[in-house]
Design a protein around this ligand. Sequence first.
Ligand code: MSP
Length: 524
Amino acid sequence: MSSTEIPGSKFVITTPIYYVNDVPHVGHAYATLNADAVARWHRLLGDDVFFLTGTDEHGLKIQRAAEDGGLEPLEHATRTSERFASTWKMLNISNDDFIRTTEPRHHQAVQALLQKAYDNGYIYADTYEGDYCVPCEAYYVEDDLVDGNCPIHKRPVEHMVEDNYFFKLSAFTDQLTAWLEGSDAEGGDTDGSGSGRNSIRPTGYRNEALGIVRQGLDDVSITRTSISWGVPVPWDTDHVFYVWYDALINYATALGFGADEERFDEWWPAVHHILGKDILRFHGVYWPAMLMAAGIEPLPELHVHGFLLLGGEKMSKTGGLTAITPEELVGDFGVDGFRYAMLRNHSFGPDSDFSYEGIVEAFNTDLANTYGNLVSRVATVVGKKCGGVGPAPAADASLSAAAATAYAEAATAWDSVQPSAALDATWRLLRETNEYLAEMEPWKMDPGPEVDAVMGNALEVIRIASIMASPAIPEAVEVAWKRIGLDGLVSEQRLPAAAGWGGYPGGLDVAIGDPMFPRFKPSA
Ligand code: MSP
């Protein structure tokens, strides 16, 4: 059993922190929405959730972006960081903290953690010569290059020679192998720690990280003297830490590392990182090794997703994505429409094609025709056949088994960070309920116990499915909840109890409102 299944347990979920040389785009929104939905699910379970996001503000890339715009690095970083924060607000992202790596709390934590690694003998001085890709903020060895270019950005690397401090990554080969191998896809306790944790999911990415370790690890350069825009090395202030070694530590900073050890110890065992496959090497190899070097147990679980592709290429600012912004998509589909389509259309793990038509389809089929239509249809029939008062469900309804199955499937999917699969199970229940109504034809029945039972069952599904859908469409479900006469908020419900059949009490006023998701017709 994973730690996340113990009700009331702590649950930390993080997004990568975004570089401030780019403005928030659909690819970033995808990562953040997945983290948000998982955070919301865990709040429903009654977990004590801490959801962290933020911005990565140091490094050469940012320094140059600021220079290009004629700004000081901090001014540039502040402007872009605010754009990320406001985009997340617009998308109804429920983060509990927003970290900026330029904050004093972060500098302090980075210095404390890396000083420990230095004191433990895992950092030493040497000269480095290598090929550096500025957009990646990473060195490459000759073999990695494609026609002399960065394999990811396909642009020339820069040759650099520097006096650097090195991190003895090679010293952690065995420990990293054990950490990566000591977990399995089923969450079994194969590492003997009693924690039953998975290091990296989906398993393919765990194997990829293992492959990197097995290929042989070289020590890595972790400081720079050629730039000043970074966190100063505490034992040699001519150097700043190379941006990745400062950035990864944000996850520890926000939990109080170096400032409030009690708080850190309380939250640390519950950490889950959401990240894209391009930054797997940093999170799945370097980060656990840094923690080991500082004497901290590498407890985080990694949940790795693929890329959203546009025309077969990773969506990014340079990849033509500026044409479609999260703001525009929200303008067309609403916040919940955009959220739903992003979560539903792209299963977590593999690469996935993004398309505008795909959003239209998810919106019209699932939100307008299935969920929205069920709510309107039920309210209309309750108005005509039950005097506008929602009846209680029948105890032995066939739909109760469908609801229980859907809930069990969705709960498993949310627990393994598969929002798309969880929503699939939820919408199957909604479709079954629409089919049930089509079969029963309650609109042809005379008022009485028979129609009351059918409508009570349908209302009960709306109640349960609204809770299950709430991590994806948090505003729409509150509207449906009120329409069927329920008190309080969906977000206040606690699972699994609230998903049990029979929670709709009956005797509540049911309102017929405007369609919740009017069908979207693309303008010609
Ligand atoms: N700053 C680093 C992360 C440091 S975390 C300690 C970084 N930033 S980033 O802004 O370039 O990317 C952040 C995340 O956005 C990555 O996980 C990346 O995979 C994700 N995505 C960027 N474009 C994406 C797509 N087109 N599709 C899916 N995710 C994408 O890397």
